[in-house]
Design a protein around this ligand. Structure first.
Ligand code: SUG
Length: 458
């Protein structure tokens, strides 16, 4: 078996560990799975174990796997900010009596979808040679907008060495700068340590310039704005020659493509996408080809037509919310949700892609992450990609990397602390808050992170 050299630059996938309040509250705008599972009973324990099983399988297959911790939920600090007073359990009871929708929002475990945690620029593309991070403001929804400060604290704790890592403030949390992180960003390159072109995908304009350039989505409001994507690129020091800004098609957004990673995935020189992904498919490919060409890279587009897979099937199976990973032998594997295997058209298209020698995708593997899928989060939503040199890996917090021991510890930790049944009405249970805090306090020592949560410092 080929193995990666210890000094190789690697893409590390940091999966979000599903938090103990994973539930189906139907909170997510434009996300059909979330809306259709609203009010159902979830199984947080199973959700976390499914995620850990995927992480372990990828680790065992030789990929570099990290883990990001969940956030404290219910978010009691937010209740205080909204005017509730008293002890944490008193605030929770008062909020439940005043407006249960607030309790549902501040209890969401949505930080598990770490593709939305931040946008990352590898050091190879940044003018100062450091890895750049911008935590996403996720301002499109209340339940996710509250993630940004804790996300930033966790990333700062893990990537603390400022000679290697640069952290930028989240963008202003206002609709004009709505930012959903790496779910709308792909870096295309030959090898990870070669310069790359950054594909930023947005769904709408944020600021009113007195003109409408393109018709927007009608059913759902797009989340990411052009202004947000531009600002992140500026923060990271990326020049015009390194970036392509592509608009999502309104048709895709209205069909439930609330993030671009629901309809496209890039890795190395490969862009796997559905023909409906972009408003101007030919223009996006031409600009990518030209800008990659100037860096000595050749784009390898893998296009899925609507004849092969309908847009509805692409959204229902999350075919494109897959992880496209480079194996040690240079070939790629695509990690898809199990739902893809059960759809005849999607499975046939995966077989075609794997057989096609014009692309480096040599195999696909399916994993069961159904608890997450039912809230609209597939394999790719669950992970944040960070390209790191060997020196950068050595400079980060070591205990967030998954190996067999850490996997066992985390599995036992989940089994000790998680419920196997949670209905939206259970979220106001003060015992759930205590269970969460006990579990998360233990987790930060297990991951060697120190007191990253506000409740630990209070
Ligand atoms: O923001 N779902 C998330 C799913 C995020 C998926 N991430 C990527 N595509 N990268 C969202 O729509 C559902 C929570 C609830 O309904 O309780 C939720 O927030």
């Amino acid at each position: 078996m080929n193995t990666f050299a210890p000094d190789a630059t690697r893409e590390v996938n940091f999966d979000g560990l599903v938090g103990p309040t994973h539930n189906y509250s139907g909170l997510a705008h434009g996300n059909i799975a979330s809306a259709s599972h609203r009010g159902l009973v979830s199984n947080p324990r199973e959700a976390a174990l499914q995620g850990l099983a995927k992480m372990k399988a990828l680790h065992d297959a030789g990929f570099a796997q990290g883990v990001l911790p969940p956030q404290p939920r219910p978010a009691i600090d937010m209740l205080a900010r909204l005017g509730f007073t008293g002890s944490p359990s008193q605030m929770l009871a008062a909020a439940q009596a005043a407006d249960p929708a607030i309790v549902r929002a501040i209890s969401s475990a949505a930080a598990m979808w770490t593709a939305n945690a931040a946008t990352i620029t590898p050091s190879f593309d940044a003018p100062d040679g450091r890895v750049h991070f911008t935590a996403a403001n996720l301002q499109s929804s209340f339940h996710r907008a509250i993630e940004a400060p804790t996300t930033a604290a966790a990333l700062a704790a893990i990537f603390a060495d400022n000679s290697h890592f640069a952290h930028h403030p989240a963008l202003p949390a206002t609709p004009a700068f709505a930012d959903e992180g790496a779910a709308n960003h792909s870096r295309l390159c030959t090898t990870y340590d070669a310069p790359g072109v950054h594909l930023f995908v947005y769904g709408r304009d944020g600021l009113d310039r007195g003109e409408t350039t393109q018709p927007g989505a009608k059913r759902f409001t797009a989340r990411q704005t052009w202004e947000a994507s531009q600002a992140v690129a500026r923060q990271h020091g990326l020049g015009a020659g390194q970036c392509v800004f592509a608009r999502q098609s309104a048709e895709a957004i209205d069909a439930g493509v609330f993030h671009n990673d629901v309809i496209a995935v890039g890795n190395g020189p490969v862009l796997l996408y559905h023909e409906t992904a972009f408003a101007d498919e030919a223009g996006v490919l031409a600009e990518l080809r030209e800008k990659m060409g100037r860096l000595g890279a050749t784009l390898c587009p893998v296009r899925v037509s609507r004849q092969a897979v309908s847009l509805a099937d692409a959204v229902a199976t999350y075919l494109f919310n897959s992880q496209l990973l480079t194996r040690a032998d240079g070939a790629m594997v695509v990690i898809v949700p199990a739902e893809c295997q059960r759809n005849r058209a999607v499975a046939a298209e995966l077989d075609r892609i794997v057989a096609d020698e014009a692309n480096p995708i040599a195999e696909y593997r399916a994993y069961d992450v159904k608890q997450s899928m039912d809230n609209g989060g597939g394999p790719a939503c669950l992970r944040l990609r960070v390209v790191l040199s060997a020196a950068e890996r050595a400079a980060m917090a070591p205990a967030v990397m998954l190996d067999a021991t850490r996997h066992t510890q985390l599995t036992e930790w989940v089994e000790r602390h998680y419920r196997d049944r949670l209905a939206p009405d259970d979220l106001a249970d003060p015992a759930l808050l205590d269970e969460n805090r006990t579990a998360l306090d233990e987790l930060t020592s297990l991951l060697g992170l120190g007191p990253i949560y506000a409740f630990q410092r209070a």
